[in-house]
Design a protein around this ligand. Structure first.
Ligand code: ADP
Ligand code: MG
Length: 292
C-alpha cells in the first residue's frame, strides 16, 4: 500500500533521478545494511578502452584485430563494443562477416571466421593452462593496473590478448563512503579476474570484493548476505545481474542498463548516479520517522 508520505517521497525521488517501482522499496532502504555492486557498467562507466594488444604468433596484429573485431561485433557486451570501436574506429580496419557465433554470458564469445574457430574471453574460458603457458608477467602487470584482459584462442592455441581499461564513475568513491557512513557494508561482485577486481575495489573503497563471479555466484552471494544482514541491496546493469537483482531485498538498476536489468529492478537510477542511493537511504529514514 502506498501512503501519502511514500507517494510524495516517490515523486520527490523521481525529480532527483530515481524511479521507485512502489513505496515499499523506498521504505525498505531505511533498513539497508549491506549493498553489493556489479563492477563493469555499475561502479565503472562500462565504456572500456583498448590499451594494449599483444599477439604471439605468426599472425600480424592487424589480421588478429580483424578476426577478433569481426566476432565481437556480434556481441553487445561492453568489452566487445570497445574492441569493435578500436578496430574499426581507431585502426580503421575493415571487419568481415563471421561464419558462426555464440555469446556465452559471463565468459566470452565463440565464433568462427576464415575456417578457424575462436574462443574469446576470460582465462578460464579459453583455457587456464593455455593462458599460463602463454603468459609471462605481462598479463599480471596489466591486471594489477585494473585492466581487464580478453584472451583469444584459435584451433592451434592462444594467439594473443587485448587489455582494456574502464573508468571508475566520478561519484563512485563518494557514493561508497556515504553508504559506509550510514553503516552499510559494501561489496563488489564481478565476473572479472582476481587482480583486476582487487585493483578496482581499492580504487572505489568498497569493503570487500568477490572476483570470477558467474551470474549464479552473484545470486549465491546475495543469498549469503541475506543470512547476515537485515536488508540487502544489489546494484547492477547487465543481463547477468538480473537474477541477483531479483534475489536481493532491493534491486537497483543503472538507467542505461540492459532491459532485463531495468525490468527486474525495484529502483532505477535514471541518471546512473550512484550517490542517489545514499540520498535515498536518508530520505527513507526521514520518511519512516514521519509515518511513525
Ligand atoms: P562484470 O561482472 O564485470 O560486469 P561480466 O560478467 O559481464 O563482467 O563478464 C565477465 C568476464 O567475462 C569479463 O570480464 C570478460 O573477461 C569476459 N567476457 C564476457 N563477455 C565477453 C565478450 N563478449 N568478449 C570478451 N570477454 C568477455
Ligand atoms: Mg555489468
Amino acid at each position: 500500500s502506498i501512503t501519502p508520505a511514500s507517494l510524495s517521497a516517490i515523486s520527490n525521488g523521481a525529480r532527483k533521478g530515481m524511479l521507485f517501482k512502489g513505496g515499499v522499496h523506498l521504505e525498505r532502504l531505511a533498513h539497508l545494511k549491506a549493498i553489493a555492486f556489479d563492477k563493469t557498467g555499475t561502479l565503472t562507466k562500462g565504456a572500456p578502452e583498448v590499451t594494449d594488444v599483444i599477439v604471439r604468433s605468426s599472425m600480424s596484429e592487424d589480421e588478429f584485430l580483424v578476426k577478433i573485431g569481426s566476432i565481437e561485433r556480434q556481441s553487445n557486451h561492453p568489452l566487445a563494443q570497445a574492441i569493435v570501436h578500436y578496430v574499426r574506429g581507431e585502426k580503421e580496419l575493415q571487419l568481415v562477416q563471421p561464419d558462426s557465433l555464440e555469446d556465452v554470458p559471463g565468459w566470452g564469445v565463440i565464433g568462427s571466421v576464415g575456417n578457424q574457430s575462436w574462443k574469446i574471453g576470460k582465462a578460464d574460458f579459453v583455457g587456464k593452462e593455455l593462458v599460463e603457458h602463454f603468459e609471462d608477467n605481462v598479463a599480471a602487470k596489466l591486471a594489477e593496473e585494473g585492466k581487464t584482459i580478453v584472451y583469444a584462442k584459435d584451433d592451434e592455441g592462444i594467439v594473443g590478448l587485448i587489455a582494456l581499461k574502464d573508468i571508475v564513475r566520478e561519484e563512485a568513491i563518494a557514493a561508497i563512503e556515504q553508504l559506509k557512513e550510514l553503516g552499510v557494508y559494501t561489496i563488489m561482485l564481478t565476473g572479472d579476474s582476481e587482480k583486476t577486481a582487487e585493483a578496482i575495489s581499492k580504487e572505489t573503497h568498497v569493503n570487500d570484493y568477490i572476483a570470477e563471479c558467474l551470474p549464479e555466484n552473484k545470486v549465491e552471494h546475495i543469498k549469503h548476505l541475506k543470512t547476515k544482514y537485515e536488508t540487502v541491496s544489489m546494484v547492477g546493469d547487465g543481463i547477468n545481474d538480473a537474477p541477483a537483482l531479483a534475489t536481493s531485498h532491493v534491486g537497483v538498476a543503472m538507467g542505461e542498463g540492459t532491459d532485463v536489468a531495468l525490468e527486474t529492478a525495484d529502483i532505477v537510477l535514471m541518471k546512473n548516479d550512484l550517490s542517489r542511493i545514499a540520498e535515498a537511504v536518508k530520505l527513507s529514514k526521514r520518511m519512516n520517522r514521519i509515518v511513525k
